[in-house]
Design a protein around this ligand. Structure first.
Ligand code: SAH
Length: 215
């Protein structure tokens, strides 16, 4: 089975990521290394490398591989960063980010998912610099702020200003913003006290719950 998964992983990196413009070699290598199938419930595992989000239980999904790669690439990580991920889900994106940064704090609001994300990360032994915390991080996670990078993996009606407050200068943040039906992936950079943002893609994420999200 190993070579079967490894072959699917290799094809995912070449076709879905490199073939579509993901250029950051560190991101490509991380996604070539992390076994995505290990983050997917048994019933859905055969679909692990398909080009779409996959259900992970509790009405939530693991993002499409391309979206995980694009978000990681837009954070422009070089290895020394503290990263906050809001919406750990399966733990897969946290695992990918852990290969690219010094430390990853991944917060998940659904306790059952937080538990399995933590188990996935420790079982694989790949990602000791990533921790999963149960809670609502729609207004960030001030206990360990500030962060060099923040990745929001659920869609918000708008960018909660508290997240900008928890971002270092320089720092980078990605967040899907817009109505429940479809969003824009906003890339926000803080530098020399200024905030610059642009849209990197159109996307469709599960809703961000809590005070900074849809309630
Ligand atoms: N990055 C994940 C996919 C995330 S799906 C992966 O790689 O698998 C979005 C996740 O955000 C869901 O698991 C959802 O429960 C979680 N979420 C939604 N609102 C949240 C909030 N306010 N705080 C923390 N997690 C939240």
């Amino acid at each position: 089975m190993f070579s079967h998964w490894a072959e699917q992983r290799r094809r995912m990196v070449e076709r879905q990521l490199r073939g579509r413009g993901i250029r950051d070699e560190r991101v490509l290598q991380a996604m070539a290394r992390i076994p995505r199938e290990e983050f997917i419930p048994a019933a859905e595992r055969a679909s692990a490398y398909e080009d779409r989000p996959i259900p992970i239980g509790f009405g939530q999904t693991i993002s499409q591989p391309y979206m995980t790669a694009l978000m990681a690439q837009e954070l422009e990580l070089s290895g020394g960063e503290d990263v906050l991920e809001i919406g750990a889900g399966s733990g897969y994106a946290a695992a990918v980010l852990s290969q690219l940064a010094a430390r990853v704090i991944a917060v998940e609001i659904v306790p059952g998912l937080a538990e399995s994300a933590g188990e996935n990360l420790s079982r694989l032994g790949c990602c000791e610099n990533a921790v999963v915390i149960t809670g609502d991080a729609s207004l960030g996670y001030s206990e360990l702020a500030p962060y060099d990078a923040i990745s929001v993996a659920a869609g918000a009606p708008e960018l909660p200003p508290q997240l900008l407050d928890q971002l270092k200068d320089p720092g980078r943040l990605v967040i899907p913003v817009g109505p429940l039906s479809d969003q824009e992936l906003l890339v926000v950079a803080k530098r020399d006290g200024a905030i610059v943002s642009r849209t990197a893609a159109l996307c469709r994420f599960v809703p961000l719950r809590g005070g900074g999200g849809w309630g």
